[in-house]
Design a protein around this ligand. Structure first.
Ligand SMILES: Nc1nc2c(c(=O)[nH]1)N[C@H]1C(S)=C(S)[C@@H](COP(=O)(O)OP(=O)(O)OC[C@H]3O[C@@H](n4cnc5c(=O)[nH]c(N)nc54)[C@H](O)[C@@H]3O)O[C@H]1N2
Ligand SMILES: Nc1nc2c(c(=O)[nH]1)N[C@H]1C(S)=C(S)[C@@H](COP(=O)(O)OP(=O)(O)OC[C@H]3O[C@@H](n4cnc5c(=O)[nH]c(N)nc54)[C@H](O)[C@@H]3O)O[C@H]1N2
Ligand code: SF4
Ligand SMILES: [Mo]
Length: 661
């Protein structure tokens, strides 16, 4: 028996360390690495059964070439040479006829590994002069909003929460999505901290809170302005800190003067007393720690949420205290050790926002003629997916997908290449929920003819007839060049290294804005911008639809199809408040149609007390087949962009619900 150290590659803040045990070339057991300082030997209900995924009979093990209509997953097995020749000849023909910009690479964070997420592909697609992918399904809006206040998106180490006396979990479902942070929250609570959850859904995290506030979705900025009103009115501002380290305080005071607790209550659906109480708690208890992640960014005012939120710890001087401040993604801190610009190749071709893939495939001019997808399942994960499906059905579109499984996206491909999993490929994983850079040693050979993404890019470059050496750089050389200051041998032998980061980040100010101050006022803000979809749709579509991550055993759309994962999560449903259900004559277990101008889903009704009237939820993660082929949660969602950072406003979707049939 042999064992190797690895790191979870999933798009999850926890980036856990693991140990894979191998016998005769077969991985027989996977468990958490007890020496990993953050995940401490625990994985999660998804990855505890990762070997089911690796050895699933449904793994794609060989290249596939389409034989039937697009979208029907009709393929035949092909050799690598045949599949590469076909792909290279189609790409060459398209580039010669229409130019490189007719090619669109589309990838997401199926693996967050430095190499396998995006490295050699950048050089290859720059060489082809392909369109460039911009925008973000996850994190771009939060980063842009934070940077508007602080100059950069850098915020606190989430583990500092353990030193707090007040913890606000604001727009994050820690116990589900960031589960290894929860023990640190509990540690703070054991030392006397109060834990407050602010979320439009009474999540499993909300159930564990000392106090739960439930604003209407997308209205938190009004709550923050109401809090600021009280902080200013009651003299709870840390004027010393603000004078030294903030800009725009006088203007902020003028703007929040009108935001009485009652006005904030009217906008958020909370009680004025709740606004008062939260403000007084936040203004009087230190250290006060705010933890947020991605949930609140998926609104048209998503960046406004983050820049307004960032002002709160400045106003009360929370940054002065260890265990105070604001924590979000820490990915920016990895720039201190990771230089992934070594993968870049200059390119000034047109850019296409990844979140508007449907529009790109159906109306962009000059058109996209070739789509190359890896590390993602956009036919399920991107909003307004019916438009994407229309695009993927185009006979004049050549689609190539690299996948481990026959996803709803791969089903539309002309050519599918078999992809390796994390235990079959070398990589280094930068985290976004903690400060440990993780090593991933390959444990087994990829089954069948699967290859890591980097190997696919090398093979494709060769098939295209390119000979430039930088297109063929081996994995280890790529890794070493992207980690210039890292003790590689230590990283490899221990499985992780810790980044250096100051504990009291902004205790002495030092914000990255030109004047070194945190900015409290921006163009037109602080202010509260309600969703335009809500205003436009108010009459016909009276309900706000949330499509949250809600499953212990699913990671976005990964694992949904695996027995023991999807099946144990039940199936899709629409969750409603008793008031909304009764108004429509619906009771628990009924079938209902959930619809808007983008599409319609027929779902089982689950009546619960977890939502406010006016808000319904269809958990995200299910595939077409789970919805009887009708669509997926993202059939309904809005593809309007957020206010900054190239993100998308999934959570501003409006729908109507009525009895089915
Ligand atoms: N088990 C599991 N874990 C996961 C994932 C998974 O699919 N399954 N996905 C991973 C990924 S990709 C990510 S990005 C992270 C995300 O981690 P989180 O950001 O913690 O998760 P989300 O569920 O996207 O959103 C968190 C909460 O935000 C709330 N929310 C939505 N709109 C608003 C709003 O306007 N105001 C407030 N206050 N709250 C709002 C939602 O109701 C939800 O409960 O989780 C990761 N972890
Ligand atoms: N309605 C709604 N939509 C959402 C969200 C939501 O909360 N609600 N959340 C959004 C968020 S935060 C995110 S991050 C996105 C996530 O969206 P995606 O990143 O598309 O997430 P997954 O569905 O997990 O798909 C990842 C795919 O990558 C593949 N993969 C994994 N490793 C490798 C590899 O090494 N090589 C190759 N070639 N493939 C690999 C997996 O097999 C899997 O099919 O979804 C977004 N969409
Ligand atoms: S999915 Fe998240 S919690 Fe699960 S093992 Fe991976 S990093 Fe850890
Ligand atoms: Mo995400």
């Amino acid at each position: 028996m042999r064992s190797v150290l690895g790191t979870c590659h999933h798009d999850c803040p926890d980036s856990c360390g693991w140990i894979v045990e191998i016998e005769d070339g077969v991985a027989t057991r996977m468990r958490g690495n007890p020496d990993h300082p953050y995940s401490l030997g625990e994985l999660c209900p998804k990855v505890n059964r990762f070997l089911d995924r690796v050895y699933s009979p449904d793994r794609i093990l060989h290249p596939l070439i389409r034989t039937g209509p697009k979208g029907t997953a009709s393929f035949r097995r092909a050799t690598w040479d045949e599949a590469l020749d076909l792909t290279a000849s189609r790409l060459r023909e398209i580039v010669q006829r229409s130019g490189g910009e007719a090619v669109l690479p589309w990838w997401d964070a199926g693996t967050q590994g430095l190499l396998q997420m995006s490295s050699l592909d950048r050089r290859l697609f720059a060489k082809l002069e392909a369109s460039r992918l911009t925008g973000s399904l996850c994190g771009g809006t939060a980063a842009a909003g934070t940077a508007a206040a602080y100059g950069t998106a850098h915020a606190a180490d989430p583990l500092e929460v353990r030193h707090a006396k007040l913890v606000l979990l604001w727009g994050t479902n820690t116990k589900l999505t960031n589960r290894h942070l929860w023990p640190f929250v509990e540690e703070a609570r054991a030392n006397g901290a109060t834990v407050v959850v602010i979320d439009p859904i009474r999540t499993i995290t909300a159930e564990s809170a000392d106090w739960f506030l439930q604003p209407l979705p997308g209205t938190d900025v009004a709550l923050m302005l109401g809090m600021m009103h009280v902080l200013v009115r009651d003299g709870l501002v840390d004027t010393g800190y603000v004078e030294q380290h903030a800009a725009g305080f006088d203007e902020l005071c003028e703007r929040v003067a009108a935001w009485t607790p009652q006005r904030a209550a009217d906008a958020t659906g909370l009680e004025a007393e709740e606004v008062e109480d939260l403000a007084r708690l936040y203004g009087t208890v230190q250290p006060a720690f705010i933890r947020t992640l991605i949930g609140a960014e998926h609104h048209e005012n998503g960046a406004e949420f983050f820049r307004t939120l960032a002002a709160l710890p400045v106003l009360v001087g929370a940054w002065r205290h260890r265990g105070g401040g604001l924590a979000r993604s820490v990915s920016q801190w990895f720039d201190t050790v990771v230089d992934d610009s070594v993968f870049d190749a200059p390119s000034d071709t047109r850019s296409v926002n990844m979140t508007q893939l449907g529009q790109a495939l159906t109306s962009l001019q000059p058109p996209i003629e070739a789509l190359v997808v890896w590390n993602g399942n956009p036919a399920v994960t991107v909003p307004n997916v019916d438009l994407i499906r229309q695009g993927l059905l185009r006979e004049d579109l050549f689609t190539m997908v690299s996948e481990q499984f026959m996803t709803d996206t791969a089903a539309y491909a002309d050519v599918v290449f078999p992809a390796a999993t994390q235990i079959e490929q070398v990589d280094v994983v930068p985290a976004w929920g903690h400060l440990y850079l993780g090593w991933n040693e390959p444990a087994i050979e990829p089954p069948g003819e699967a290859v890591p993404n980097t190997e696919l890019w090398r093979r494709l470059a060769a098939a295209l007839g390119f000979t430039d050496p930088e297109l063929f750089e081996p994995d280890e050389s790529l890794l070493r060049s992207a980690l210039p200051g890292v003790d590689f041998e230590q990283l490899r032998s221990r499985g992780w290294i810790r980044l250096d980061m100051p504990t009291n980040l902004y205790a002495e100010g030092g914000f990255a804005t030109p004047d070194g101050r945190a900015h409290l006022v921006f163009d037109g803000g602080p202010g509260f911008t309600p969703s335009s979809e809500a205003l436009a749709a108010a009459g016909r579509f009276p309900l706000t639809l949330l499509t949250p991550k809600q499953h212990l055993r699913l990671l976005n759309t990964s694992y949904t199809h695996l027995p023991g994962h999807g099946a144990r999560e039940g199936g899709p449903f629409v969750e409603m408040d008793p008031v909304d259900a009764a108004a429509r004559g619906l009771t628990d277990g009924d079938r209902a149609r959930v619809w808007n101008d983008r599409g319609s889903l027929t779902l089982t009704v689950k009546v619960s007390g977890r939502l406010r009237p006016g808000v319904v939820a269809v958990p995200f993660g299910w595939w077409y087949r789970d919805h009887g082929g009708e669509g997926v949660a993202n059939t309904l969602t809005s593809d309007r962009l957020t206010d900054a950072g190239g993100g998308v406003a999934y959570s501003d979707t409006r729908v109507q619900v009525e009895p089915a049939g």
